[in-house]
Design a protein around this ligand. Structure first.
Ligand code: FNR
Length: 380
């Protein structure tokens, strides 16, 4: 049952902001550079309007879709996000379980606070694993581990050759290993609900790298600073394709040229994403690039994220060619506000929003959406 007090993703955002210390909320919310990309990601959805059809039978509506052989009740996937344990204890599992309940896939980040194995053990449902290549041998071992415990899909994120410039995190001293300052202590103490959970659930670790030796601490610090193997290229992608027999997606594509190269390299799908404007502010907005990218890849499925906050956003992305969208901050607001229940609530309210939007648009099924249901808003 959806909360009786929260009616939109923005309501969950407000609740998350109240519950989290500023340093943690800033990590969740922040963008790269001057943060102008955050606003552009949202404005880009507003620049498309919906074009309804009247006198259509919409007494039954269907938003289910087939994605890489799986039947999903809605075109939604939970995006990979690092440090979910900072938002809620065992946050990775809370997201995975809520996704399973809703019948949608959950993508576990390389920078998760629970290990690949722990999440597979604690949650059924469709699990995807997102790979950051910090070190090639380490990457190979992560991929093998994900395969061994049944992750169906590997997402290679390619927009983090180095860490983006995030002023909020730098100012707040958000880093690993975490060294609390007086300001951070006061921040924590003024958020007692969060602090209680935090203190009773042990320190945050990047569990995929947690071993007893020093190389583990170094690897964790490198992932958190996103010190990736910046030499990873197209030949490496082709090798990864050979090594991973499951579904392989590349995330972080924003141009048709790169999307076409991904298809040539044998991937099964691309995720059009600017990383929620967290890496480089001046990137194209994914929703606007969708039509050209879908043209460039033909029948290869395209997913989209960055700025999805309501049902109309989902409808616009699907109408412009996305097979499904990924939810980043939207489900994290739910997690930070109320744990697994909060995530379930956000998914449910987005599904209801999609359903209502379909009805008001005069379109009985997301499968029927195409470009004719959207248009560029005329400048006023
Ligand atoms: C992310 N994102 C991300 N992506 C990824 O491939 N690996 C990761 O570890 C993370 N970590 C991460 C942490 C946090 C706090 C956020 C908000 C985002 C990016 C994420 O997968 C997705 O692309 C964006 O969140 C989509 O934009 P919206 O929906 O947040 O606007």
């Amino acid at each position: 049952m959806i909360s009786r007090h929260r009616f939109s993703v923005d309501d969950y955002r407000s609740a998350a902001r109240r519950r989290l210390p500023k340093i943690v909320f800033d990590y969740l919310e922040g963008g790269a550079d001057d943060e102008s990309g955050l606003r552009r990601n949202r404005d880009a959805f507003g620049a498309w309007e919906l074009r309804p059809r009247r006198l259509i039978d919409v007494s039954r509506r269907d938003q289910s879709t087939t994605l890489f052989g799986s039947q999903l009740p809605a075109p939604l996937v939970i995006a990979p996000t690092g440090l979910n344990g900072a938002f809620w204890p065992r946050g990775d599992l809370a997201l995975a379980r809520a996704a399973h309940k809703a019948g949608i896939p959950f993508a576990l980040s390389t920078a998760s606070n629970m290990s690949i194995e722990e999440v597979a053990q604690g949650a059924s449902g469709e699990l995807w694993f997102q790979l950051y290549v910090v070190h090639r041998d380490l990457a190979r071992s992560l991929v093998r581990r994900a395969r061994a415990v049944g992750y169906s899909t590997l997402i290679l994120t390619v927009d983090v050759a180095v860490n983006g410039f995030r002023a909020r995190d730098l100012r707040n001293g958000f880093a690993m290993p975490f060294r609390p300052s007086m300001r951070v202590a006061v921040d924590g103490l003024s958020h007692p609900r969060w602090l209680w959970f935090y203190l009773t659930n042990g320190t945050l670790e990047l569990k995929n790298f947690a071993t007893d030796d020093a190389s583990s601490t170094a690897a964790q610090a490198a992932v958190l600073r996103r010190e990736m193997d910046a030499s990873f290229g197209w030949d490496d992608l082709r090798r990864l394709r050979d090594e991973w027999p499951g579904t392989l997606l590349v995330k972080g594509i924003v141009t048709p040229e790169d999307a076409a190269r991904c298809v040539e390299a044998g991937v099964d799908g691309v995720v059009v994403s600017n990383h929620g404007a967290r890496q480089l502010a001046d990137l194209p907005t994914p929703i606007d690039e969708l039509p050209a990218i879908c043209d460039a890849v033909g029948a290869t499925p395209v997913l989209c994220d960055s700025g999805i906050r309501c049902g109309a956003d989902v409808i616009k992305a699907v109408a412009l060619g996305a097979r499904a969208v990924m939810l980043g901050r939207a489900t994290l607001y739910g997690l930070a506000a109320a744990g697994e229940h909060g995530v379930s609530d956000v998914i449910e309210l987005l599904k209801r929003d999609v359903d209502r939007t379909l009805a008001l648009l005069g379109c009985p099924s997301t499968g029927l959406l195409d470009h004719s249901y959207v248009a560029r808003r005329r400048p006023v």
